[in-house]
Design a protein around this ligand. Structure first.
Ligand code: T4K
Length: 369
């Protein structure tokens, strides 16, 4: 029995990576915004169609420092159906997350419910393009303009996604991406912030390097969040193969679809029209309202076959122990229901289609037991 995990990072050929890193032995320049870092930043500006890109050691620090650089204050409207990072980045900046519910059809923020959460303390909205699904960017833009709010998209899952011919980073005031090993595009660990206001870039550049402006001037309470040269080299290599990566993922995605689309117990959400998708994840949602038992049974049983699915995203971030019962998950009932019923199936570029068939077969079998 070979084990299959929810994801498996794609890597360039060893020779390609060795070639890419070989000149580092000549320069001995390992980190602190080196040559490879700058090359990758430039290449990503093109690929993402972003006005400005700033690289980071990971996606989380990109978000945390972007919030700091943009000077947000008070309350930030966001969703609890996400990875820990989104909520933690808000809280670690001393801000209050205000949780909005999500849509049933793509699990992104329900824009009908945003306005009722806005108070005089609200400074921003941080929606999440969950699983690469595009938020209702037009409605969010309208609300943000009306109430003079900033918009930062957590686009950790949305690398390579285009909407109506625009790169996903072109929406809102700013976006962050994750280049973690488990993502469509990886730099081992890594991330980026994309933003429209170039002044933010100056602040970010300093904040990711301790707030240092010059050898004798430190004018920001920064962190250390720089991408190093070996990470950047991995990114340069992986970016060469990104189209192939996404098209292999697409095949896996469609194989799951053809296997699972007829099962009445399972809901699968397809990307909206006008989207060039990245096939980052394959979540399925079991239809049984507010009952985790079926999802948990499938999760447990698949493990006995060596198939390691994940409950992305369960539990809701608003219910994490570290938040000490401060937030009421019943106020985001759709998010709660999806979180209780979702299971993310293995999806990565080199997943064999026969394995997809096998996983689907097991699921069907478990559901009739
Ligand atoms: N915003 C959102 C919406 C996010 O989803 C994330 C990250 C962020 C922000 C923050 O971005 P980063 O700071 O991470 O760049 C994983 C990832 O660590 C995390 O990046 C990601 N979201 C999240 C959805 O998934 P875990 O705790 O599930 O990781 P782990 O170690 O359990 O890995 C999952 C499976 O992948 C393993 O069972 C085996 C496989 N794997 C993993 C790694 C690390 C490999 O085959 N090779 C590897 O190197 O969080």
């Amino acid at each position: 029995m070979h084990e299959i995990y929810v994801t498996r990072p794609s890597m360039p050929a060893q020779e390609e990576y060795y070639k890419e890193i070989s000149d580092i032995w000549g320069t001995h320049y390992l980190t602190n915004m080196g040559n490879k870092h700058n090359i990758l930043e430039e290449k990503l500006r093109d690929y993402l169609k972003a006005e400005n890109v700033s690289l980071f050691c990971n996606g989380h620090m990109a978000l945390e420092l972007l919030i700091q650089a943009m000077g947000l204050s008070g309350e930030v409207i966001t969703t609890p159906f996400t990875f820990a990072s989104t909520t933690h980045a808000i809280v670690r900046n001393g801000l209050e997350p205000v949780f909005c519910d999500v849509n049933a059809d793509d699990y992104t923020i329900d824009t009908e419910k945003i306005e009722q959460l806005i108070t005089e303390k609200t400074s921003a909205i941080i929606p999440v393009h969950v699983y690469g699904h595009v938020c209702d960017v037009e409605a969010i833009d309208k609300i943000a303009r009306k109430y003079n709010l900033k918009v930062i998209y957590d686009a950790a899952h949305a690398f390579g996604v285009n909407y109506r011919g625009k790169g996903i980073a072109e929406f809102g005031d700013a976006s962050i991406f994750s280049f973690h090993a488990t993502k469509v595009f990886n730099t081992i660990e890594g991330g980026a912030a994309c933003y429209k206001d170039s002044e933010i870039g100056e602040r970010l550049y300093q904040l990711k390097n301790f707030g240092i402006q010059s050898e004798t001037v430190v004018n920001g309470v920064g962190a250390n969040a720089k991408m190093n040269e070996f990470q950047a080299a991995m990114g340069i290599c992986n970016l060469r193969h990104i189209d192939e990566e996404i098209s292999k993922r697409e095949k896996v995605f469609h194989r799951y679809l053809s296997n699972l689309c007829d099962i009445k117990e399972v809901k699968i959400n397809l990307p909206k029209n006008d989207i060039k998708f990245n096939f980052a994840y394959f979540p399925i949602v079991f239809n049984k309202e507010d009952d985790k038992t079926i999802r948990d049974k499938v999760y447990d049983r698949l493990r006995t076959y060596g198939i390691y699915t994940r409950k992305y995203f369960y539990p809701l971030t608003s219910t994490f122990e570290c938040y000490h019962g401060k937030y009421d998950a019943s106020k985001t009932p759709m998010a709660l229901n999806i979180s209780n019923n979702v299971l993310t199936l293995p999806l990565f570029a080199d997943l064999e289609l026969e394995d997809v068939d096998r996983i689907a077969q097991y699921i069907k079998q478990i559901l009739v037991e």
